[in-house]
Structure formats: C-alpha cells, structure tokens
Ligand binder design. Structure first.
Ligand SMILES: [Zn+2]
Length: 157
C-alpha cells in the first residue's frame, strides 16, 4: 500500500502522504506539522482514539508546550490513555492501574510467605545439620558401633 500518487488534495509537490492526524482532520500536512513525527499515516487508529478522548486542538497545544525530546513519551502516554478510555469508558487506564496494583499486592504477599518459608527451611536445615554433625562425631568417637545402637540414639533425640 505505497502512496498511490493521485490522492485528492494531498500536496501535489511533496510525495509523502499526510500524517494520520492531518488525514483525519482533512487538512494539509505541512513540513512543520506537529503531529507528523508521532502519528504516521500507517497507524490511523492511534490518532483517531487520541482525538476522540483529548481533542486534536488540545493535543496540539500540549505538544507545543512540551520540549521536543519529551513529545514522543507524551504521545505514547496519550495513546495508551486514549486506548484504555476507549476500551473502558468508565475507568480508562485507572482500571488497568488498579488491577496491576492488586497484582503487586498479591505478589508481595506471596513474596513475604516464600521468604518466611525459606527462613524456616534455613533454620531447620541448620538445626538438623548440627544434629548430624554431633551424631557423626559420636559415631567416630566409638570405634565399633552397631547399627542398632546408632538407631537407638536417633530415636532418643
Ligand atoms: Zn500532519
């Protein structure tokens, strides 16, 4: 789907198609168009949602107030928020944020439980390895130990 060249009013001198914003707003896309770097003609839905939620003139104003090196991030944030608002008209991205917050809470609880289990296992392991060590010493001290007596000492612990 390369430019067909004979698009209605699209600047006859320039060969590049208008950006998604100018196409939707049916206006001429000039070389200094503020939308063009962020809303390429290949992704028309992104601008459609942003326009629906924020309004093109507000987006225009916001972009001009922001330093150029921050505009890309601002646009991706607006696109995200607009898409979320279209998907969920009541909560928008707040719905996504609160569901992620819930996941964080669940995972933090699991982490605390797992850390407690790890601590318990470590303490248990240290205690049992101490017993084994003392039993090994006991075993080495006695030259001739029968299995039954060793078994008895295990049972008595
Ligand atoms: Zn444009």
């Amino acid at each position: 789907m390369k430019e067909s060249g004979k698009k209605e009013g699209a600047a006859s001198s320039s060969s590049s198609p208008p950006c998604a914003a100018c196409r939707l707003l049916r206006r001429k896309c000039t070389h200094d168009c503020v939308f063009a770097p962020y809303f390429p003609p290949t992704q028309p839905h992104e601008f459609a949602n942003v326009h629906k939620v924020f309004g093109a003139s507000n987006v225009n104003k916001m972009l001009q107030e922001i330093p150029e090196h921050h505009r890309g991030d601002a646009v991706s944030s607006m696109v995200y928020e607009a898409n979320a608002r279209v998907r969920d008209p009541v909560y928008g991205c707040v719905g996504a944020i609160s569901s992620l917050q819930q996941q964080i809470n669940i995972l933090q609880t699991q982490l605390v439980i797992t850390q407690a289990e790890a601590m318990h296992l470590r303490v248990h392991h240290t205690a049992s390895s101490n017993i084994i060590e003392s039993q090994a010493k006991y075993f080495c001290d006695m030259d001739m130990v029968e299995h039954t007596s060793y078994g008895d000492s295990m049972r008595s612990c």
